[in-house]
Design a protein. Structure first.
Length: 229
């Protein structure tokens, strides 16, 4: 499940200023589509439209053939897992952060998700009250560790559709490579929409679309686009 289709989508936050101009693409179930392009191109806007944070002005967006305009936001949230660039963690155990909002999950399921996200045992067993925030005042978990927690949290939800929104762009290059390996592994098993700045981070995608100022200016596989560079 989780197949996504954007069909001639036009959207502007302000109807007078169109941001997405006639955007069409399709992600078959189980495939990975990457959206790359410069800052301000409209990549995150596409992700927000998918959650129905905003309604489009014209065109249609479907998930598994169903028009999202006819679906509740709650069921969209259940169907889509997002790994954000920068997740804010609670000052509590890592297990708590993974399981937060997933009331039905057992400890075994949390541990399985942690394992799938390559979280080291010692991080999972950090005591309650350990400062897991990352920021100016409490750098306790590294950026990479925090991203593993965000990934485990998403895996626990087991959504048919995964959105990776610049999920590694806040990391240093070595950590980025490590986290990309984890992401590649989990995206192989489900429908995935990857939002990224650079082509080099989306080598594995079945299709890449290049967005510039709200228009798809190129599409193809990684090798095709690198050749055209
Ligand atoms: P990207 O993710 O590719 O960097 P965005 O989708 O964030 O691009 O932004 C696309 C355009 O929409 C930009 O011109 C940006 O200024 C504008 N934009 C983004 N969010 C809002 C908003 N909440 N209200 C108005 N304009 C916005
Ligand atoms: P669910 O609604 O099932 O928990 P998600 O895991 O996709 O689905 O949503 C994560 C929750 O975390 C949402 O309540 C959202 O508001 C919140 N969230 C999303 N992105 C961030 C972020 N970057 N930092 C902190 N919280 C976030």
């Amino acid at each position: 499940g989780g197949a996504v289709r954007f069909d001639h989508v036009r959207f502007g936050y302000d109807p007078e200023r169109e941001i997405l101009h006639d955007v069409s693409f399709e992600v078959p179930a189980g495939h990975t589509l990457a959206i790359v392009g410069p800052s301000g191109a409209g990549k995150s806007t596409i992700a927000r439209i998918l959650f129905r944070f905003y309604d489009i002005q014209s065109g249609q967006v479907t998930i598994d053939g169903q028009d999202i305009a006819e679906v509740t936001q709650a069921s969209l949230r259940a169907a889509i897992g997002i790994v954000p660039q920068d997740m804010v963690l609670f000052n509590d155990t890592v297990g708590y952060n993974i399981g937060y909002g997933r009331e039905g999950a057992s400890q075994d399921e949390i541990e399985a998700a942690a394992k799938a996200a390559s979280i080291h045992d010692f991080i999972l067993s950090l005591p309650k009250g350990y400062d897991t925030r990352v920021g100016e005042r409490g750098l306790k978990l590294s950026g990479g560790e925090k991203q593993r927690v965000a990934i485990a949290r998403t895996l626990l939800k087991d959504p048919p559709l995964l959105v990776l929104d610049e999920a590694t762009s806040a990391l240093d290059s070595r950590t980025e490579t490590e986290i990309q390996t984890v992401l590649r592994d989990i995206s192989r098993k489900r429908t995935t929409l990857v939002v990224a700045h650079r082509l080099s981070t989306v080598v594995d995608a079945e299709e890449i679309i290049v967005l510039d100022q709200g228009r798809i200016v190129e599409r193809g596989r990684h090798a095709d686009l690198v050749r055209a560079d």
